[in-house]
Ligand binder design. Sequence first.
Ligand code: ADP
Length: 290
Amino acid sequence: MAGMLRRRTPAPFAATLERERTAPRPTWSALRPANAQPASGAVMPPILEARDLTKVYALGRTTVEALRGVSMSVAPGEFVALMGPSGSGKSTLLQLLGGLDRPTTGSVVFEGRDISRLSDGQATRLRRERTGYVFQAFNLIPLLNVRENIALPFTIAGGPKDQKELVRQVIDLVELTGKERHRPDQLSAGEQQRVAVARALVTRPSVLLADEPTGNLDYTNSGELLDALWRSCDQGGQTIVLVTHDARAAAYADRVLVIGDGRIQDEIELGRRADHSAAILIARLAQVGL
Ligand code: ADP
């Protein structure tokens, strides 16, 4: 399979992006079922695939093996959590999945194309147009209000005709209607992170990648943030990959991949649930010693 992909002459990346612009995108305007079978890679071809990924960092004279052969896939519309202790390789894996960094060996296939060897320009374009990122730090622009922060991707790269409506929809999704003119210092930490989520979603990315997005939030704010992520997935069909060390956050996912020592140690299928109780997940994690 990998050999077949290598032999195929790749379409110019710009042409591929153009074609994909017309492909179905997540939508938050209507409360409709997700556009994919939840929690199953079996029915639809995966939107994102890691094939035997390794990542070795050079640290002076020594090296760190952050990933030691990771293979996984994510179905369209699926919510997948990558869970594991600090230093297990979760962020490294997420960065490779989103084209922020390149693997040492192995490949990442995103929407059917190998993205692990893109040029810097192509990778930048992919990140801007096809993926959305949320990090632990909110990274908002202090002088811009909520609406302006969310519209920033359009300000930088130009936006579609319906960009005002898209901004309105994501503000509604993250429940910040009425706070459009607030600046970040006039918002709670949870509200700021929801602005960051809205900004990541406004371009209707194929995949949302979130790295410990609740890391700086208290219990209540974490819950509201996770609810917003879940709504985007369940109602809008948004594909999500969430990195977390927190079982409560991972319990929102359809499926949890447990990472340890640079490898996938376990896979826990939770299925799509309106109830996000972490009890089942915690019981399973206890069985694998986490
Ligand atoms: P996690 O997200 O699970 O905490 P990371 O993916 O951040 O784990 O890190 C996995 C391992 O790789 C750790 O040992 C970490 O110290 C190392 N590492 C991560 N990034 C770098 C880097 N840029 N340079 C060197 N080592 C790194």
